[in-house]
Design a protein around this ligand. Structure first.
Ligand SMILES: Nc1ncnc2c1ncn2[C@@H]1O[C@H](COP(=O)(O)OP(=O)(O)OP(=O)(O)O)[C@@H](O)[C@H]1O
Length: 631
């Protein structure tokens, strides 16, 4: 085999030291068994290498079919590089023997054709156990029904309607679920529904429920609190409703804080032995939650705690391994919009006799997924473009987009396209139209508002249209000295590391602005919505943020967007430009978006779906099809 990492790295491409040492450590253990031939050990080393690479790429496991009879880790410039894996039957036999070998006991798991390291296998098992334990509904008693029925007309329109109101259906049917998912695109009223569902729950349980609101990032948590507040403000004028609203309103926190995750390390303060003291946990932006974090969340719930996942499965999956929300929804494979069980239909009819009857099915599978499909806030064009992207219909999308000048983004309602060359030619005009309002603002709050109005998004950090180059170019136009990298009034910045004592977190966006004494400071929006200043000398690591990557923009929204989709400069860059990336970028726009792209680049991106290899769907499907295999 290889004498060390350097020799391995010379023979194979796309591997990292961690892959080599993972494979080598396990192979060293295997040698103790003394049952594997040298040939088997060499094959095992490469399978383990492929497993580590696969997990590093965001997959939970290695699908053996993907490597069978394939030569992997090749590089055109390295003659003879790469490794040819054997056929599927012999890979399956080998992987089975590895997983069963005494020296690797518990370290590897082979489920069907999926090879796991113990960590990821355990995450999947914990998620499965957490969901399985919550699938049987907890019926409301008659008094609870009565209280919720009495409240209903204050929460929703209770006049008879011809078209189904999925927000009401979701609320009525989630009331007695201990596990529910409310999914939908941006502005479909997920938070509106959650606020009302929580009001209904509090009324059923006489205001005694302990509710926790959480989201994976600080920004998403802040938006969740604000949106719940806005949804509850409707009830302020009515004393009893306002009191019920107070039992729902609270500051959402990040999942890391909720679980008491240490700054360094992974052992949560809140865990199976010391679970969360909550009756209901609402998790927003669930698509951003990776396997490990979701597993830790489920471990931290006591058996009676209800969990409601909220999110948009068409968005990018988590940065770290897995695609948990998408996989759970794939396992459920239906929503209440299709059919529900007869008992769920009866429950809905009891609370909402004014709604059309739901379609029923014969099964007793749990009705725990509710899709909201009607855009409540999103402009028609944006909603249509977003659904064309999520349906993979690039042709309709490209044909529907008017070609405009890039600077028209500042007042745009809806979606248009501009050619990359026209942004190149009109770069200065476009940047000034978008960002001069920040410099020209008369006050800090106007500048903050202007900053939220327009943002440029890009898939990449590096390269001509990467965030770094775009910010440098824009900054030379905006900075009074004409050079990048200096502080000036109106410079937008994004913190890129956590600073706990300053209460600044990775992704927080602020602005450089003079304090009352004229001294420049960095200003951020505090927890209570008020601005707070941080001395420039104390700022943690930050970047200029006229432009940002689409990944970083998750959980944020802007009135108008310039969505740059340049032609990917390499194969690796092309692999990033997926349908989910375009969808996530576009749906950050509240009013208008200009997509800067060649039609061919847009088509290729929309055609490419980001697939994460996991076994979550296979593990959960039996639970949702009434075939629980007993966890
Ligand atoms: N049934 C409704 N009637 C009137 N307004 C509604 C209704 N549902 C939602 N809205 C309004 O539509 C807007 C978007 O709703 P909401 O914020 O709940 O959507 P969301 O799906 O949570 O959005 P996002 O994905 O951006 O978080 C809000 O202003 C909300 O008040």
């Amino acid at each position: 085999m290889y004498s060390g990492f350097s020799q391995c790295n010379a023979a194979l491409t796309d591997i990292e030291a961690i892959d080599f040492y993972f494979a080598q450590t396990l192979c060293d253990l295997l040698k103790q068994d003394a049952v594997f031939s040298e040939t088997d050990l060499t094959q095992a080393f490469h399978v383990l290498l492929a497993l580590s690479v696969s997990q590093r790429q965001g997959n939970a496991c290695l699908i053996l079919d993907d490597i069978a009879d394939q030569t992997l880790f090749t590089a055109p410039e390295k003659a003879g590089s790469g490794w040819l894996f054997s056929s599927l039957p012999s890979l399956l036999t080998l992987a089975g023997e590895l997983a069963a070998s005494p020296s690797l006991f518990g370290k590897l798991h082979l489920i069907d054709n999926r090879l796991y390291s113990a960590r990821y296998w355990q995450f999947e098992q914990d998620i499965k156990a957490g969901i399985a334990a919550r699938l049987s509904p907890v019926p409301l008693d008659d008094e609870q029904y009565q209280r919720v029925s009495d409240l209903w007309p204050a929460l929703f329109n209770s006049k008879p309607v011809a078209e189904q109101d999925w927000q009401q259906v979701a609320t009525a049917l989630s009331l007695n679920q201990r596990f529910a998912i409310i999914s939908g695109g941006p502005g479909t009223g997920k938070t509106y529904t959650i606020a009302r569902l929580l009001m209904a729950m509090q009324s059923a349980w006489n205001g005694e429920l302990s509710i926790m609101l959480t989201a994976p990032t600080g920004k998403a948590a802040q938006r969740l609190s604000e949106s719940i507040d806005a949804a509850l403000s409707t009830f302020m004028g009515n004393e009893p409703l306002a009191r019920l609203g107070d039992k729902v309103r609270q500051q959402a926190m990040t999942l890391h804080r909720l679980l008491g995750m240490p700054r360094w390390g992974i052992n949560c303060r809140v865990n199976a032995d010391r679970p969360l003291n909550a009756d209901v946990v609402v998790v927003d932006e669930s698509s951003m939650i990776d396997l490990a974090l979701m597993a830790r969340l489920f471990r931290a719930l006591s058996p009676d705690t209800r969990i409601i996942l909220v999110g948009d499965p068409n968005q990018l999956p988590s940065v770290e391994a897995g695609n948990v929300l998408g996989d759970i929804l794939a396992a459920i494979d239906k929503s209440a919009c299709d059919t529900v069980s007869a008992s769920a239909a009866a429950q809905c009819a009891k609370l909402c006799p004014h709604l059309p009857a739901l379609n029923t099915n014969e099964s007793d599978s749990p009705d725990c997924h509710f899709t909201l499909i009607n855009a409540q806030r999103f402009g028609g064009d944006l909603a249509e473009a977003a659904s064309a992207i999520s349906a993979g219909d690039a042709q309709t999308l490209v044909e529907s987009l008017e070609v405009v000048k890039p600077q028209s983004v500042v007042n745009l309602e809806g979606v248009s396209r501009c050619e990359p060359q026209s942004l190149e030619k009109q770069f200065a005009q476009t940047a000034k139209a978008c960002f001069e309002p920040i410099n020209q603002a008369g006050s800090l709050s106007e500048a903050m508002q202007a900053l939220q109005n327009v943002r440029w998004l890009t898939p990449f950090r590096q390269g001509e249209f990467g965030a770094i180059a775009l910010n440098e170019r824009i900054e030379t136009l905006m900075s009074p000295t004409g050079s990048a990298g200096q502080f000036y009034r109106g410079k937008p910045i994004m913190v890129v590391e956590n600073h706990y004592s300053l209460r600044l977190f990775n992704g927080d966006v602020g602005i450089v602005w003079p304090a009352a004494n004229g001294q420049l400071k960095a200003w951020f929006v505090g927890d209570n919505g008020a601005f707070r200043a941080v001395p420039l000398t104390r700022l943690p690591r930050f970047e200029t943020v006229y432009a940002m990557t689409i990944h970083k923009s998750q959980g944020s929204e802007f009135a108008q967007l310039l969505l740059c989709l340049p032609e990917p400069p390499s194969k690796q860059a092309a692999a990033i430009c997926t349908r989910e990336l375009v969808y996530t970028g576009l749906t950050r726009a509240k009013r208008g978006c200009v997509i800067m792209a060649e039609p061919s680049t847009l088509r290729s991106a929309v055609a490419l779906q980001q697939r994460r290899k996991t076994g979550v769907k296979q593990a959960l499907a039996p639970l949702f099809n009434g075939l629980s295999d007993g966890v």
